[in-house]
Ligand binder design. Structure first.
Ligand SMILES: C[S@@+](CC[C@H](N)C(=O)[O-])C[C@H]1O[C@@H](n2cnc3c(N)ncnc32)[C@H](O)[C@@H]1O
Length: 286
């Protein structure tokens, strides 16, 4: 299942993570002082986390994982990138918030966890995750298999409708469908640096500038209906599907206006378009 492409993505993420984290110099102190990096959308969909076990898939450098832990959850963060996981473990130590981080491809990790009988009250994933997945059915089935009865999966993701536009809001691409592969020669970029304090809730540091990634990456273009259908086909019950006319944190397009709470909306003159969606899918009892 596109293993070679995912290994290339691992290299591309390994190359980019240092640039991203160079802009988040104060994150450990922020977390240590009780700061939470999660946005209200995911907090609302996740609900109360006190005493709950959570698997955080594609956790990147662990800021959100440690926020889940600070809210009372026992957290396992999983990510493909060696560099992201190394930094997540270091952040956990510096912030004084325990969590477990495992470096793995999400497909292998889900299969291994199911085989070994690992079960969680919640599985969470967010903001730039579905585009790295070549097979949504295997992903959804893997998630359903590790949820306890009554457990929930929460996904908060950038909306595929926004992918139709280039960075100046010109419609240039078809709506994503079928997991069509897209190679980016420029690799994973420094979207954290480009978003200023949008993605650095602890305060933005100048850090690395002019980052160029020598490692290309491969995306998979999926529509919203395909993600929802894969989750429903896995046996999970979709209890919430929300679409939001703003993007949290990321200034992906030119002229984004910032509303309170680091909500980015299009400039005047660009009609509302969904820029994010949120899903809560539950494993029914029994
Ligand atoms: C945009 S980031 C997700 C952002 C994250 N929610 C955060 O809190 O920063 C995407 C992450 O997916 C990871 N990833 C990509 N492909 C993966 C795979 N096949 N298995 C596991 N992780 C993967 C990357 O290493 C990267 O850290």
């Amino acid at each position: 299942m596109e293993r070679g492409l995912r290994e290339q993505n691992r290299r591309s993420w390994n190359a980019a993570v240092g640039a991203h984290e160079s802009h988040r110099a104060n994150l450990a102190a922020f977390l240590r002082a009780g700061g939470i990096t999660l946005f209200p959308e995911e907090r609302g969909l996740l609900g109360d986390l006190a005493g709950q076990s959570v698997a955080h898939l594609q956790c990147n450098s662990g800021g959100d994982s440690l926020s889940l832990a600070a809210l009372g959850a026992s957290v396992v963060g999983v990510d493909l990138s060696d560099e992201a996981v190394r930094r997540a473990r270091a952040l956990s130590g510096r912030a004084g918030i325990p969590a477990r981080f495992e470096r793995a491809d999400v497909y292998g990790w889900l299969a291994g966890a199911a085989r070994r009988g690992r079960r969680f009250d919640a599985v969470f994933s967010s903001y730039g995750v579905v585009c790295w997945l070549p097979d949504l059915e295997a992903w959804a089935a893997g998630i359903a298999a590790i949820l306890k009865p009554g457990g929930r999966f929460v996904l908060v993701e950038f909306h595929p409708a926004a992918e139709v536009f280039d960075e100046v809001w010109k419609p240039v691409r078809d709506y994503p469908v079928g997991g069509e592969p897209l190679r980016l020669d420029e690799g994973v970029g420094d979207y954290v640096g480009e978003s200023g304090d949008g993605l650095s809730p602890a305060g933005f540091s100048d850090g690395v500038w002019g980052f160029e990634n020598p490692e290309p990456c491969h995306l998979f273009r999926w529509g919203l209906g395909e993600a929802v259908t894969a989750l429903a086909a896995s046996g999970l019950r979709i209890s919430v599907l929300e679409e939001y006319p703003y993007a949290n944190g990321e200034r992906h397009f030119s002229g984004m206006r910032e509303l309170p709470g680091r909500r980015m909306v299009p400039p005047e003159g660009v009609p509302d378009v969904p820029l994010m969606y949120g899903i809560r899918a539950e494993r029914t009892e029994g």
